[in-house]
Design a protein around this ligand. Structure first.
Ligand code: UDP
Length: 481
């Protein structure tokens, strides 16, 4: 199929959930469509525009803004338009409730724009009905891959977690290839005191089943068994168009995803260039995770003891001024890292994809958010898996047990359950060594590099994701006529 003016006839509206880990892949997805000639518009609230504009870069994508409910209606403080400023559990629930009030403003935009399709995040369950009001299909985007989607669907349908007698008793996920064992402690834990979230997830599931289908951020070769299972056994209509992060091709695009970086990109590249290929460990726990002082100290000691050069992204302390000592650093840590040029600490937002894709990076310590998981795959690096919440335990299992490019730090408990004891420095040191040196590391690196090549082929002309894009456009076009 030739892509060009005829695609321009199609207009798609993208409506990302207001969290960095959802906004970034959704904007990347819109960029995938725009690059193939589709007219793309992103709808969001005012305060999220700067991050979205940065990520859009030079792509031909419009932004339409809608107003977030007033502080009176939402009960949220002024300026709270992203989950990053609503991390406390009570605030988070209020935030989720407030997003229900975005329905009318979104429908107003649909009325004005008359698009052919609405791609909306899973956290907007009402979006299927909104789209139906205007006679257009709604597609769901979770930003996830097939494996976590299959686990979520099977645990929801068969509820194996209700048949065990404790949080620690293992169960096998029914109707899922690969004998996947989990415990109740590793499943997303819903806040007990408020039914809003539980209800939202139920409605999200119902609206997904009623929707036109699901866009998956993955590529077929990464998880063929689960791609087939999701579509053929679980009966979902799905198109895999990923990895969407590969739409950023050059260093500038890679460094401009999400927030403004807390480090000068050139300084960061210069530091990386001074290191041997595959020698650096990149350590980052996503856009939201803030650790306790005790845990940060263990990480610092573990990284130092590993003897490997590292870039460590620390969300806590990001606001401190340069030169100011952080009380949780082990004695003399910053000085030793500075003198030996061994460690680069980024306090705040890091240009993650730019760093991961640099040839000096040889391993990634990750919380296993799906975006980070896939970005690690694209970079072809083995990973230390340190899951904490959401569906991260499933993604960690995928890396360690299925594609076998990950080594766990042994966490067993969802962070919302108290998170257990801090992971000790010896465990961190050992896990880092296992992905960086020796035969096991080399074998994992070889597998990771192969997957990275497959990912890149998947998004090129004739690749599996490129072809699935064509099928989706055919489906939308025949529906539009
Ligand atoms: N990210 C980044 N710099 C940071 C932290 C995160 O660029 O300092 C990006 C990362 O590349 C990924 C996204 O933010 O695309 C985080 O998504 P993920 O699913 O990994 O985790 P979440 O933040 O949703 O827990």
């Amino acid at each position: 199929m030739t892509m060009g003016n005829e695609n321009r006839e199609l207009h798609i509206i993208f409506f990302p959930f207001l969290a960095n880990g959802h906004i970034i892949p959704c904007v990347d997805l819109a960029r995938v469509f725009a690059a193939r000639g589709i007219r793309a518009t992103i709808v969001t609230t005012h305060l999220n525009v700067p991050y979205i504009s940065r990520t859009i870069g030079k792509a031909n994508i419009n932004i339409r803004t809608i107003k977030f409910p007033s502080t009176e209606d939402s009960g949220l403080p002024e300026g709270c338009e992203n989950t990053e400023s609503a991390l406390a559990p009570d605030k988070f629930i209020k935030f989720m409730k407030a997003t229900l009030l975005l329905r009318d403003p979104l429908e107003h935009v649909l009325q004005e724009e008359q698009p052919h399709c609405l791609v909306a995040d899973m956290f907007f369950p009402w979006a299927t009905d909104s789209a139906a009001k205007f006679g257009i299909p709604r597609i769901v985007f979770h930003g996830l891959g097939y494996f976590p989607l299959c686990v979520l669907a099977c645990t929801r349908q068969y509820k194996p977690q209700d048949k065990v007698s404790s949080y620690t008793e293992p169960f096998v996920v029914p109707n899922l290839p690969g004998e996947i064992t989990l415990t109740k402690m590793q499943l997303p834990q819903l806040p007990q005191h408020d039914k809003v979230f539980t209800q939202l997830l139920e409605e999200s599931n119902e609206s997904e089943l009623k929707s036109f289908g699901v866009i998956v951020n993955s590529f077929y070769e990464l998880e063929p068994v689960y791609a087939d299972h999701y579509r053929n056994e679980l009966g979902r209509r799905a198109w895999h168009l990923g990895p969407v992060s590969l739409c950023s091709r050059d260093t500038e695009e890679k460094s401009r995803r999400g927030r403004e970086a807390a480090i000068d990109e050139n300084e960061c590249l210069k530091w990386l260039q001074s290191k041997e290929p595959n020698s650096v460990v990149y350590v980052c726990f996503g856009s939201m995770m803030v650790f306790s002082d005790a845990q940060l100290k263990e990480i610092a000691m573990g990284l130092e003891a590993s003897g490997k050069p590292f870039i460590w992204v620390v969300k806590k302390g990001g606001a401190k001024s340069e030169g100011e000592k952080l009380e949780w650093f082990p004695e003399g840590f910053e000085e030793r890292m500075g003198e030996s040029n061994k460690g680069l600490i980024i306090r705040g937002w890091a240009p993650q994809v730019m760093i991961l894709d640099h040839g000096a990076v040889g391993g990634f310590v990750t919380h296993c958010g799906w975006n980070s998981t896939l970005e690690g795959v694209c970079a072809g690096v083995p990973m230390v898996t340190w899951p904490m919440y959401g569906e991260q335990f499933y993604n960690a299992k995928f890396l360690t047990d299925i594609v076998k490019i990950g080594v766990g730090v042994g966490v067993q408990t969802w962070i919302g359950m108290g998170g257990g004891e801090p992971v000790k420095k010896e465990v961190i040191e050992q896990a880092v060594r296992r992905i960086m040196v020796g035969q096991e590391a080399e074998e994992m690196r070889n597998r990771a590099k192969e997957l990275s090549q497959m990912a890149k082929r998947a998004v090129e002309e004739g690749g599996s994701s490129h072809n699935d894009f064509n099928s989706l456009i055919e489906d939308l076009r025949s529906r539009a006529h």
